[in-house]
Design a binder for this molecule. Structure first.
Ligand SMILES: [Zn+2]
Length: 221
């Protein structure tokens, strides 16, 4: 009996080993498949978060830039917006002195209402403007559509230091009501943040806004 039972138990042990080996292979394959699908899912998530909102103005997104503009070009990064008093930053310090004076007087008066004048974009170098224009052409697919948002280095009032993009929203509300008292006027109906100096506005009020930069005769090449 003993001689018969031994081969049987050896055979079942071998089968057990084969089953275990197959199970191990299946586990390895499953683990690989799960890892692959997790990688695909995380790639999809990161792609989603980098998709930009087409209704917003083109942000000065300078990642992947061929010639990366620097702080010396007037670059202002998100979360690092200076006030109109931070003249050590070239984006503020290179603004037209009359515009800067009006901005600082307005900001001092608005400070009583707990408001702060933050600058999202001020003076820009021609190189930075050109980079933004090229990015806008890529983003909007044509020079004509890009021109609705971004001027050329030759026509931009930012490059000449005569325009400033302001925030946050409560400050823009305040400026819409009181800006003209300082000669500060919104230029374009589609850019509630873009202000320029119109000295006559102090007595006459601000001129009618252009719908967008393409209606501005100064923007014509
Ligand atoms: Zn602007």
């Amino acid at each position: 009996m003993n001689t018969r039972t031994i081969p049987v138990s050896r055979g079942s042990r071998r089968r057990g080993l084969i089953v275990a080996a197959i199970a191990l292979v299946v586990i390895v394959i499953l683990a690989f498949a799960v890892q692959q699908s997790l990688a695909a899912a995380s790639a999809a998530v990161s792609q989603q978060t980098t998709t930009s909102d087409a209704s917003a103005p083109p942000p000065p997104d300078l990642t992947g830039s061929v010639i990366a503009p620097s702080d010396a070009d007037g670059v202002i990064r998100d979360g690092d917006q200076p006030t109109v008093f931070d003249t050590d930053r070239v984006a503020i310090g290179n603004l037209d002195p009359a515009l800067l004076d009006a901005l600082q007087r307005a900001a001092n008066d608005a400070a009583g209402d707990g408001l702060e004048f933050r600058v999202n974009s001020g003076w820009r170098s021609a190189a930075l403007q050109e980079r933004m224009l090229q990015d806008a052409i890529t983003q909007y697919g044509s020079e004509a559509e890009a021109a609705r948002w971004v001027a050329t280095p030759q026509t931009s009032a930012h490059v000449s230091g005569k325009a400033v993009d302001l925030g946050p929203l409560p400050t823009l509300d305040w400026l819409a009501q009181h800006g003209s008292e300082y000669g500060l006027c919104q230029t374009y109906a589609n850019e509630s943040w873009h202000y320029e100096l119109r000295p006559d506005a102090v007595t006459d009020g601000c001129p009618e806004q252009y719908a967008d930069p393409t209606e501005d005769p100064r923007m014509q090449p």
